[in-house]
Ligand binder design. Sequence first.
Ligand code: CA
Ligand code: CA
Ligand code: CA
Length: 189
Amino acid sequence: MMEIINNPETLKQLSEEEQESLRADNQRNTRRFLEADKNQDGQLDREEFGAFLHPHTAEWMQRCLAIEALEAMDTNDDSFVDEDEFLKHVIGDAKTVNEQWLNNERRKFKENLDVDPADGHLDADELIRFISPENGNHIEMEVSNLVHQTDKDDDLRLSREEVVNNFKHFFASQATEWGKRILTHHDEL
Ligand SMILES: [Ca+2]
Ligand SMILES: [Ca+2]
Ligand SMILES: [Ca+2]
């Protein structure tokens, strides 16, 4: 990836969108590397590399994850996630939306996420509190997102077909990425 980024000739052959997505990936991976490098010696030892690969398991990676989550959801680039951005994100590319589920997500935004300060949008600190491993919210969040993505007939129950047909989603899923890559990187699988 770095080679492509550093080679202007190769970069020119990509579309604007591809270049942008490459830059974003590169920026995210670089930040993850820097955050994973706990003792700041410029290299990752085994434990640090584990944190790079599975940041949700490492306590010192929570801020990095919250920033990634924020970037994934903050479509108007104001460094906050408002309710619309949050809902748009959890709905993803689903064709139908179950009203009960949506109201539940709305309530979750107000009661569990936008709490300090309760000002109608989420900052990085609110996201850190929400996804920190102690409170288990990230797992709840992941499950909720995956149920929604998988539940094609929208009855809030998963049939065997639905689970089997959407199996690739589960592999791609990482709670802390809030299903973002599930939606945008299908074809890498
Ligand atoms: Ca290190
Ligand atoms: Ca925003
Ligand atoms: Ca807030």
